[in-house]
Ligand binder design. Structure first.
Ligand SMILES: Nc1ncnc2c1ncn2[C@H]1C[C@H](O)[C@@H](COP(=O)(O)OP(=O)(O)OP(=O)(O)O)O1
Ligand SMILES: [Mg+2]
Length: 144
């Protein structure tokens, strides 16, 4: 019988910025359980990064994405207790279409809820990839 080899997948993740804050939610999922993470998910066949980001943001938070820019990309192998997987993760910076929108939690099985957190006072523990970026001095805000 032919065995399916695991392959790398593409994730698109958003730094949604509002003033000096970023949108984070506490994950309820196999990878990064209980950590604070950015909204995002798997790139689907035929999607642009922006389309994927806007779709995942709507599915996970009910928020409508406004302008988005490419920030960076990482190549990450997760050796989680429950699951081993490999992602190329594309990070975008985005703002909301309407800054007064309030995040909802349409997928309570995947997230405890979304809120805005001051970049200078982020909650702990952060999702591993985000934690590594913050520790390395990464800053998602546009240069002023
Ligand atoms: N905040 C994050 N920082 C870095 N990588 C992330 C982040 N969020 C997700 N990823 C990476 C690792 C995840 O396993 C992968 C897919 O995202 P995840 O949120 O687990 O999928 P999903 O359930 O939202 O996607 P789908 O709905 O498409 O199945 O992307
Ligand atoms: Mg997700």
């Amino acid at each position: 019988m032919e065995e399916t080899q695991p392959v790398p997948r593409v994730g698109v993740v958003l730094f949604v910025l509002k003033g000096k804050s970023v949108l984070l939610g506490r994950r309820r999922a196999s990878i990064g359980e209980s950590t604070f993470a950015l909204p995002g998910g798997h790139l689907e066949f035929g999607e642009s990064f922006e389309e994927c980001g806007a779709r995942e943001l709507m599915e996970e938070t009910g928020l409508e994405m406004g302008k988005a820019d490419f920030l960076t990309v990482t190549n990450k192998v997760f050796l989680d207790k429950s699951k081993h997987c490999h992602y190329v993760i594309v990070f975008l910076r985005a703002v909301l279409a309407d800054p007064n929108q309030v995040p909802q939690n349409p997928e309570p099985d995947k997230c405890d809820g979304w809120d805005w957190y001051d970049w200078d006072n982020l909650p702990q523990p952060l999702f591993s990839t985000l934690d590594e970026m913050v520790r390395s001095g990464f800053n998602p805000f546009p240069a002023t």
